[in-house]
Design a protein around this ligand. Structure first.
Ligand code: TRP
Length: 441
């Protein structure tokens, strides 16, 4: 087997991990969750959850990855804990399910970039979305998106993932800054900001119990946790610097991009006189498509917006494929290029039903995000908190000054509150998912 690659630079690693984190979750899910759940008040609660739940879990993944320098499944063997290998198995399965439909959505985004240039969606945005979302064109653009993802992963850690993330992640940030800046000049800006961020502690307080699982789920989802992306990315770290500092940075950039997306989207919607609705894929495509049809220079703005979305989706997508490619190349002794092609091909086939029927896509999404990822995260919290705690603390404190108190807080957060919270979120997720699956059958 060839020598295992490492990241060329620290910042390259941070950007790649940030690229995985920044995706559709930031640009569409977060702004709507915030707007509906108490605005600025929700934001404060969300930040506490990102720090209290997301950060400890991200550190748990990084610690396992850097300690073992192996893939999601191999990591547990390396630790002599083969009976915990199933955590890696859940991760790999989640990866298959997620990327198979994520690339379908990626294909929609490509179609919308083109349609923004030609103006194809302006006359009837809802009908246009219908033609994009399913059918042979959906399958074809799904294949195109998957091919781009596979092309990047086939090039390897440094030449593929790191290089792509190094220019794509800053590009997403710059494009969103430009879009938010343009949004600020529009007539709808005030209203948009008010809708997005006006503090509404009442909603937050009355719905606190109902919101907690949603907000925790989003904190978890936006940081790409639960399927071993951060185990895999952490396993390519050569040096021992503070994982806490790096994780904090990833988290700050991820949150910043999510906030920025809302600062762009809501002025567009209000200026275009479009009801923000309730979020969901329909909003990114139908509501925004409607707004782009109304705004001055709307087609140009739309092109830039969907381009940002494309880049964000791409850096998330290749992190998913990398998890499986690392596992397969290291377990079965196959070369990276054929392995990447083969896996991407199988994922494409698995995703075809979702490109033909949006209800199937919803069911895949529920299964992956609400059951497999949460289940994987829950098991990892139990593993790191209870089984592997001593070595985990040792790995956590490497490259840090002191860190004893911090590592104790970390382990105890994983052991009790996070385990309880994720168990509850998983329970709710199983209920939603069985509904989504029954709806398809
Ligand atoms: N974090 C991504 C987003 O915000 C989505 C995501 C969730 C993800 N879990 C993942 C991406 C695992 C890659 C791998 O859109």
């Amino acid at each position: 087997m060839s020598v295992r690659e490492t990241w060329a630079t620290r910042i390259g690693f941070i950007l790649a991990a940030t690229g995985s984190a920044v995706g559709l979750g930031n640009i569409w899910r977060f702004p709507f969750l915030t707007a509906e759940s108490g605005g600025a008040a929700f934001l404060v609660a969300y930040l506490l959850l990102v720090i209290g739940v997301g950060l400890p879990l991200m550190l748990a993944e990084f610690v396992v990855g850097r300690r073992t320098k192996r893939n999601v499944v191999g990591a547990f063997e390396e630790l002599g804990r083969s009976n915990w290998k199933f955590i890696g198995g859940i991760g790999a399965l989640a990866g298959f399910v997620i990327l198979s439909y994520y690339s379908v959505v990626g294909g929609w985004v490509i179609q919308y970039i083109i349609a923004s240039v030609t103006g194809a969606y302006t006359s009837d945005p809802a009908a246009y979305f219908g033609t994009v979302a399913s059918g042979t064109n959906a399958v074809a653009f799904d294949a195109l998106f998957m091919a781009v993802v596979a092309g990047i992963v086939a090039l390897g850690v440094r030449d593929g993932l790191e290089r792509a993330a190094t220019f794509m992640v800053p590009s997403v940030a710059v494009l969103l800054v430009v879009l938010a800046g343009y949004g600020a000049t529009l007539g709808g800006a005030e209203e948009g900001y008010a809708f997005y961020l006006s503090p509404d502690p009442t909603t937050l307080l009355t719905d606190a119990i109902a919101l907690l699982p949603d907000a925790a789920g989003q904190a978890f989802f936006t940081l790409s946790l639960g399927m071993g992306v951060m185990i895999t990315y952490g396993s390519y770290l050569g040096e021992d610097r503070s994982l806490l500092n790096d994780s904090l940075l990833i988290l700050v950039v991820d949150t910043f991009i999510a906030l920025l997306a809302g600062l762009a989207i809501f002025p567009f919607l209000f200026a275009g006189d479009v009801d923000p609705g309730t979020g969901g894929p329909g909003t990114v495509f139908v509501a925004l498509g409607t707004a782009f049809g109304q705004l001055p220079a709307g087609q140009l703005v739309g092109t830039v917006f969907y381009l940002a979305l494309f880049l964000a989706a791409l850096t998330s997508a290749f992190s998913i494929l990398e998890v499986i490619v690392a596992y397969v190349t290291e377990t079965f002794d196959v070369d990276r290029k054929p392995a990447t092609l083969g896996i991407a091909g199988v994922m494409f086939l698995v995703g075809i039903p979702t490109a033909l029927d949006i209800n199937v896509l919803t069911a895949y999404d529920a299964l992956a995000n609400q059951v497999l990822l949460i289940g994987g995260g829950l098991m990892l919290a139990i593993f790191v908190g209870w089984v592997f705690a001593d070595s985990a603390v040792d790995e956590f404190t490497k490259g840090m000054d002191g860190g004893d108190t911090l590592s104790t807080i970390w382990i105890w957060l994983l052991r009790v509150p996070i385990v309880l919270l994720l168990a509850y979120v998983l329970y709710k997720g199983i209920l939603t998912t069985s509904e989504a699956i029954t709806a398809v059958l």
